[in-house]
Design a protein around this ligand. Structure first.
Ligand code: MN
Length: 425
């Protein structure tokens, strides 16, 4: 989420007068930007981390247990709290039902608050029950469809109980072979289910509709792309919005253009950020394609500057959806947060007047160079300044590594045997 824009009066910059800071100042003033405004926009960016990113998880091949990884929902929320304390940018944590199911959601809500957090999006699980072999809400059998709908309705209840705005829906539904099921009938079943779920939302709540072009199904997926998600959301109403998971597209897809169109249509509800090389790899955000991440955030930054669309942009949920197989969980999460902040800072540094001029004049490479110029700017001093100003360490990854946290958690939790459905994900 982006906090509402605030007009920042000119505060006295406190960046140390070292060479990097001088350079940064020059870079900002050359673009007509004030340090105070840029810092305010950086502070506005709130990133939601996923509870499932803190436990042992992995690929279909093996799950390598990580010493000190969170074992329960309480530990996952505690780890999210630690990430927030180190970054100052992650005030909410998404939960997944049934992995994070508890008897008393008021208690979970209170516990999150003690950790300095809100409970964020509630994610139903429509892919891990034996009954879902042929799908969940699109299953040919009415009884299975009922079970799936009831599960999502339970998640709406949980969202209400914990004060969460968003129910975030991803379906594993699809078919593996041509002719396996009637594609139009499946679409009708999908609409019927989502209409019932959407009508159960309170005003102010949202249903985020995620898409993915393949996997676990390999021939057809019932919500394969952003167009299908958008069509469904349009049928449902304004409380249904599209969720873009950056790992859910075919190779070479221009994700930033999808983002631009969804922004123009007021239909972008949020992101699941992660990165990939080949498929839905759920790697650290920005680890493989930092330029793509920058271009996505460029669309957000540009839209945020326009008064007509600024309000819509504020509602976007910036969520991480990752799974860490060979690396430390908290370390990886902080690195993702840092990478998003870095790309956001670079997007804020784009000289938009010069860009618009070049575009209007048909100066193809001139316009391209304006973007590349911002992308190549070293924003590390700017982000370090932001954090020090917030009373944080300048490099949160280093702060985590130096703070003895991993060692403490290893002693407290040890190595978890990988047995539950959660860890097998
Ligand atoms: Mn996702």
């Amino acid at each position: 989420m982006l906090r509402p824009r605030t007009i920042v009066r000119h505060t006295t910059p406190v960046i140390e007068r070292d060479a990097a800071a001088e350079l940064l100042r020059d870079q900002l003033s050359a673009r007509g930007l004030g340090l105070g405004d840029v810092l305010a926009e950086l502070r506005a960016l709130e990133i939601e981390t996923p509870s499932w990113g803190y436990g042992n998880s992995g690929t279909r091949f093996h799950v390598y247990p990580w010493t000190g990884a969170a074992r329960t929902v309480w530990e996952r929320v505690a780890d999210a709290g630690l990430v927030h304390r180190l970054t100052g940018a992650c005030p909410s944590v998404a939960i997944h039902i049934p992995w994070d199911r508890v008897d008393d959601y008021a208690e979970l809500h209170r516990y999150a608050e003690e950790q300095g957090l809100r409970l964020g999006a509630v994610n139903p699980n429509l892919f891990q029950d034996d009954a879902y072999r042929l799908g969940s809400v699109c299953h040919p059998d009415q009884a299975v469809r009922r079970q799936a709908r009831d599960h999502v309705l339970e998640c709406v209840e949980i969202a209400r109980a914990v004060g969460s705005r968003d129910v975030s829906l991803w379906l594993g539904d699809g078919t593996n072979y041509p002719g396996q099921d009637d594609l139009r009938a499946r679409y009708r079943r999908l609409l019927e289910a989502l209409e019932e779920i959407h009508s159960a939302l309170d005003p102010g709540m949202r249903l985020l509709v995620e898409y993915k072009f393949f996997e676990p199904a390999f021939y057809s997926t019932d919500l394969p792309d952003w167009g299908a998600s958008l069509l469904v959301c349009r049928r449902l109403g304004p409380q249904a919005q599209v969720l873009v998971d950056t790992g859910h597209h075919p190779q070479g897809t221009n994700i930033e253009q999808i983002v631009a169109i969804l922004l123009a249509e007021g239909a972008l509800g949020g992101f699941h950020f992660n990165n990939r090389k080949y498929a839905d790899d759920d790697l650290i955000v920005g680890s493989i394609e930092p330029f793509e991440l920058f271009l996505i955030l460029n669309e957000i930054a540009a839209t945020r500057r326009e008064p007509a669309t600024a309000r819509t942009v504020e509602e976007i949920a910036f969520m991480i959806d990752q799974s860490h197989n060979v690396e430390g969980k908290i370390d990886a999460m902080i690195q993702s947060v840092v990478n998003i902040q870095t790309a956001w800072a670079k997007a804020l540094l784009i000289d938009r007047d010069r860009l618009a001029e070049a575009q209007q004049a048909g100066d193809v490479l001139g316009a391209h160079r304006v973007l590349v110029d911002a992308f190549e700017t070293d924003v590390r001093p700017l982000l370090a300044h932001l954090r020090v100003e917030q009373g944080l360490a300048p490099d949160p990854v280093q702060a985590f590594r130096d703070g003895g946290h991993a060692e403490r958690l290893a002693i407290e939790r040890g190595t978890t045997a990988v047995a539950s459905a959660f860890e097998q994900r």
